[in-house]
Design a protein around this ligand. Structure first.
Ligand SMILES: NC(=O)c1ccc[n+]([C@@H]2O[C@H](COP(=O)([O-])OP(=O)(O)OC[C@H]3O[C@@H](n4cnc5c(N)ncnc54)[C@H](O)[C@@H]3O)[C@@H](O)[C@H]2O)c1
Length: 302
């Protein structure tokens, strides 16, 4: 996809962080925006600011875990703009800690947003984009699913998140192959950021009431939270820079999009261990201080 002006971008998780940065970049390129988020106040703020800058914006409070919400979003987008061209299935949340200490509600929440949100986005928007392509010979579209480096590595004490993001990589690779079977004018990419300063370390702020964590956080959950906050806010690539990288990748038709390609050595080591049948490679081999921080946090365990 090479031209953006006048075309329509749908962005989930648009009130904050990467989603907000995608919205800013899309607006600066003259795109019309369909913004969705569970955070009504943040969404209103983003909408007001983008409209004040001249963008045409449709915004909707959407919980991406819910099929009906995503379907309503697509219906509203079609009524207002007739077609969509760029879809960012981006909303995501994190919950850390030793994998056996994640509660049922932790799993349900993380998989609900990170995986089911992308499933619904792909299931609802892909047929609609293929239909746009069928009607318009000049159409091209692109779906970008936000995974993570945690979709290519399995760092300790973030199991539910790792599982959700590996599933998003798998889903998006399959989407890529399936699209090639039917119509190459809708493309797909998977975004795999490493640590980028956003509010991801405060994702509990919009956690639904019925899926609240039960009881006090365990030592491992506290250690994982502290590590996440430290790593995210030490991130050297900003959300705005990553949005620019992502739009370049869309222009160039690149599938895998990275914020920190220098971290891919750990992915290569993981793949080598898989092929050679060894034990899993240490995802933090290049940054042992991360493991040390987790171990120090665990010392308080009973
Ligand atoms: N920031 C990082 O270091 C990093 C690294 C790898 C991957 N990611 C991924 O990037 C994506 C964006 O996260 P971010 O870093 O911008 O965090 P963020 O918390 O700043 O933004 C996430 C947005 O998603 C929204 N959201 C949460 N649950 C939702 C739901 N059920 N329905 C609709 N919206 C919902 C939040 O309200 C928020 O506005 C996520 O998928 C995250 O997993 C982030």
């Amino acid at each position: 996809m090479e031209s953006f002006a006048g075309r329509v971008a749908v962005i989930t998780g648009a009130a904050s962080g990467l989603g907000r940065a995608f919205a800013n970049t899309a607006a600066s390129l003259g795109m019309k925006l369909v913004l969705a988020d569970v955070d009504a106040e943040g969404l209103e703020r983003a909408t007001d600011e983008l409209q004040a800058g001249g963008a045409e914006v449709l915004s909707m409070v959407v919980d991406v875990r819910k099929a009906a919400h995503v379907e309503e979003l697509a219906d509203a987008a079609l009524i207002r703009f007739h077609c969509v061209h760029l879809v960012f299935n981006n909303a995501g949340v994190g919950a850390g800690g030793l994998i056996w200490e994640n509660s049922e509600t932790d799993w349900e929440w993380v998989l609900g947003v990170n995986l089911w949100g992308v499933i619904h986005g792909v299931r609802v928007f892909t047929p609609l984009m293929l239909e746009c392509a069928r009607r318009d010979p000049a159409y091209d579209g692109h779906i970008v699913n936000t995974a993570s480096m945690a979709g290519l590595l399995n760092p300790p004490a973030m199991g539910a998140y790792n599982v959700s993001k590996h599933a998003v990589v798998s889903l998006t690779e399959t989407l890529y192959h399936d699209l090639r079977l039917v119509d190459a004018r809708v493309a797909a990419s998977v975004l795999c950021p490493y640590f980028v300063p956003t509010d991801i370390d405060r994702s509990g702020r919009h956690r639904p009431h019925e899926l609240q964590h039960v009881g006090a956080p365990t030592a491992s959950q506290q250690a994982a939270q502290a590590l996440l906050s430290k790593a995210v806010h030490a991130g050297k690539v900003s959300a705005a820079e990553l949005a620019a990288i992502t739009f370049d990748a869309i222009r160039e038709g690149r599938f895998y999009i990275y914020s920190h390609p220098q971290a891919l050595g750990s992915v290569a080591e993981r793949m080598q261990a898989i092929v050679q049948g060894g034990p899993p490679a240490d995802p933090y081999a290049a940054t042992p201080q991360m493991t040390q921080m987790l171990k120090a946090g665990l010392k308080g365990r009973g």
